[in-house]
Design a protein. Structure first.
Length: 181
């Protein structure tokens, strides 16, 4: 009962967060955000649970990446991408996170060693409530995380792409301009 109550609370929180960013005008509360710090903070939070699922995390985060945006939206997007990568990684798998700035654009990459995105799911992966079963346990998520990431990217003048890597696994690529538009 407690586990299901927590799951319902998380679902409600995700729905409220998604509703707050959907159909919204461009960001009005932009501020200077240390994106490197957000990525490292999200990785730090997840490292405690990695041993439990037998997944390793490697990060390569360029220090001092400053972007113009909303810190909470960006942190939630990073967390969703990282959480997906961990959940889709096999036991003993590696999740790699990198963030860098080049030519005025931020690029965040999150790679996992999971099964990749099935062909039938490619067109729907960013739809609200669409979710794929997690390897190992077959559970599905709320299907709101990637939809939220897409909305956050758009609001920041960026985009999100998910691709299946040739060597297996999935790559999430979140890009956005460094300065406000």
């Amino acid at each position: 009962i407690q586990a299901e109550s927590r799951r319902l609370e998380q679902l409600s929180d995700q729905l409220l967060a998604l509703a707050s960013v959907e159909n919204r005008d461009p960001l009005s509360g932009r501020e200077a955000v240390d994106f490197s710090e957000l990525v490292n903070h999200s990785c730090d939070i997840h490292e405690g649970s990695l041993a439990h699922v037998n997944v390793r995390l490697k990060r390569n985060v360029q220090p001092g990446i400053i972007v113009q945006g909303e810190p909470l939206l960006l942190e939630m997007a990073i967390t969703n991408l990282l959480q997906n990568a961990i959940e889709f990684s096999p036991a003993g798998g590696l999740v790699q996170v990198s963030a860098a700035c080049e030519n005025g654009e931020l690029e965040l990459l999150v790679d996992d060693e999971g099964p990749g995105i099935p062909d039938y799911a490619r067109e729907r992966i960013f739809e609200r409530f669409y979710s794929l079963p997690r390897p190992g346990n077959g559970k599905k998520s709320s299907g709101l995380g990637l939809c939220f990431v897409k909305e956050a990217a758009i609001l920041h003048g960026g985009e999100i792409q998910l691709t299946t890597r040739e060597d297996g696994g999935t790559r999430a690529k979140f890009t956005m301009p460094i300065s406000a538009k």
